[in-house]
Design a protein around this ligand. Structure first.
Ligand code: SF4
Length: 200
């Protein structure tokens, strides 16, 4: 698609067009045409192919929760800093940044590695297994260190060097504290659903 315009709208338009063709098996070459630095165009093409499983992953796939009433951190800021820290490093892992330890490790259990915040701490998990606890200020640094280790030595070697039961106990402690403080329905989901259904 030519002349898609400025990101992010241009990215959305171009991706809608290119991905549709690729999903149909049409085309051998793709090119994003964005009103942006050509590096952005190349990165978008690579990321689309990796996301569609059409190219072997070479770089980090950073996923993050949308944040909600449970988050004690600014998820957008931590995810953005993690994204910058990983940059274009060739670490072919899915890395998760999650706002809370109540649901984060479960929601991102398929990620190769992730971190979830709680009680001013970051709870690191590998494939859903708690592995370590770090101060909240060190979340991004710890995430990068662990991802580098896993990329080089594998997840099992990374898990083998720590006491996972202790990490799980610490996570459970912070999870219980958050649940006690915030209750089961911190997002007031039922009231919101009720309100939306009355409006519609
Ligand atoms: S429940 Fe936790 S992990 Fe899920 S969106 Fe909210 S803050 Fe993020």
């Amino acid at each position: 698609m030519a002349e898609a315009g400025l990101p992010p709208a241009g990215l959305v338009k171009a991706t809608a067009g290119i991905a549709t063709l690729l999903a149909e098996g049409i085309g051998d070459t793709i090119r994003y045409s964005l009103t942006a630095d050509p590096v952005e165009e190349a990165r978008a093409g690579r990321q689309l192919l990796e996301a569609m499983g059409l190219r072997e992953r070479k770089n980090v796939d950073l996923i993050a929760c949308p944040s909600c009433g449970r988050a004690e951190i600014d998820v957008i800021d931590v995810a953005r800093r993690a994204n910058e820290a990983f940059g274009d490093r060739e670490i072919p892992l899915q890395v998760a940044v999650m706002g809370c330890v109540v649901n984060g490790p479960g929601e991102a259990r398929d990620a190769d590695i992730g971190i979830a915040a709680g009680n001013k701490r970051g709870h690191l998990f590998v494939k859903g297994r708690n592995v370590a606890v770090v101060p909240e200020a060190d979340m991004v640094e710890a995430l990068v260190e662990w991802a580098e280790f896993i990329a080089e030595h594998g997840a099992e070697a990374a898990v083998a060097r720590v006491d996972t039961e202790k990490a799980a106990r610490e996570a459970e402690k912070d999870r219980a504290r958050l649940l006690a403080e915030q209750g089961d329905d911190v997002n007031a989901s039922e009231q919101r659903v009720d309100l939306i259904s009355k409006l519609s």
